[in-house]
Design a protein around this ligand. Structure first.
Ligand code: FES
Length: 342
């Protein structure tokens, strides 16, 4: 059994399965209602029930008073519909989600390849960080510097924050992460930031182009899109030097095996003889152009080294990709507040 929810003033509509909260169902539907803790503590998800009945769930009185309940307020992270609903609340998009400073604990460090570390961060038990798949966070280091990394998980799976870090020879922070950091280390982050997220209002087929750890935000975007049920074709080109650099190769292969609308094309620029590579070779953006000489009907999301992103942007436009249909999130080595794999 499910209930229909209409949001005012946008008139967007989504379904809530029995047993699910209004907020969880909205996130699954790709609708960004505001939230903070997702457990009835902070009050950030409070909105108005204009029509229909909810069960309020368990929450702290400080987040929702009896007087507020009497006038139809509810916490959407706890409230479950008992009937179809009309609710009134704010919706937030991308840069509209205010960044917050949070203290996090390193839950897990796992080497994904010789030079990529998977880092899982845990937020305090009554905090969640609202974000859109593909955005990034910054670490606030003790000396005032910041180091930025893309979020590799999707919002429906936000109990932890997942990052993929590539070791950079001259990068003090990643050297520290690879050589000294222990699990349970406490760090401060600020986020989310960035405009690299799926434009869900578009119906254009999507081409995702990732270079190296540029796969991280792309993974978040794909997992978010799959969670909602893919509605338009998506093709991922993941470029790397050697087979080992495709550090999660099985995952996009699995997405492709399970979803008719998703295709995965790995491209190696310098495969090792022992890789026994029979797949595509060369530069990843050139592989895209070989397959799509006319890009006028597509929408592109591109993340990787700045040279790759720049060249892809230029060449894709030469092949008809309309201005405004290219979204990128280039790694930058020089700018201390930009997103860097260092
Ligand atoms: S009370 Fe914090 S998100 Fe609902």
């Amino acid at each position: 059994m499910s209930f229909q929810v209409i949001i005012k003033p946008s008139d967007r509509v989504f379904e809530v399965e029995d047993g699910s909260t209004v907020l969880d169902a909205a996130i699954d539907a790709g609708i960004n209602l505001p939230y903070g803790c997702r457990n009835g503590t902070c009050g950030a998800c409070k909105g108005q029930v204009l029509a229909g009945e909810v069960s309020y769930g368990e929450y702290f009185d400080s987040a929702l008073s009896e007087d507020e309940k009497k006038v139809g307020k509810a916490l959407f992270c706890c409230a479950q519909p008992l009937t179809d609903l009309v609710i009134e609340c704010r919706e937030v998009e991308g840069e509209g989600i205010p960044p917050r400073i949070l203290t996090v604990r390193v839950e897990k460090l796992e080497k994904l390849s010789h030079d990529v570390m998977g880092m899982t961060l845990k937020l305090p038990s009554n905090e969640r960080m609202q974000f859109m798949a593909g955005q990034y966070i910054e670490f606030l280091l003790n000396d005032g510097r910041r180091r930025a990394f893309s979020l590799a998980n999707a919002p429906h799976d936000d109990r932890f924050i997942e990052l993929h870090m590539r070791l950079v020879a001259s990068g003090q922070f990643t050297q520290y992460v690879f050589n000294e950091m222990q699990e349970k280390t406490i760090l401060r982050i600020e986020g989310p930031f960035g405009t690299f997220f799926l434009r869900e209002e578009s119906t254009r087929p999507v081409i995702l182009v990732a270079g190296g750890t540029g796969f991280a935000p792309v993974k978040g975007i794909v997992e978010h899109a799959l969670r909602q049920g893919l509605k338009r074709p998506m093709t991922l080109y993941w470029g790397a030097r050697t087979l080992e650099d495709l550090y999660m190769d099985e995952l996009p292969r699995q997405w492709a095996a399970e979803n008719r609308l998703f295709r995965y094309i790995p491209v190696l620029s310098a495969p090792e003889p022992e890789d026994g590579w029979l797949g595509r070779t060369g530069l990843v953006h050139e592989a895209v152009l070989e397959d799509y000489p006319d890009m006028s009907a597509y929408q592109v999301y591109c993340c990787g080294a700045p040279q790759m992103v720049d060249v892809a942007h230029r060449d894709f436009q030469r092949h008809g990709l309309p201005k405004g249909e290219f979204f990128s999130d280039a790694f930058t080595f020089a700018n201390p507040v930009a997103k860097i794999p260092a």
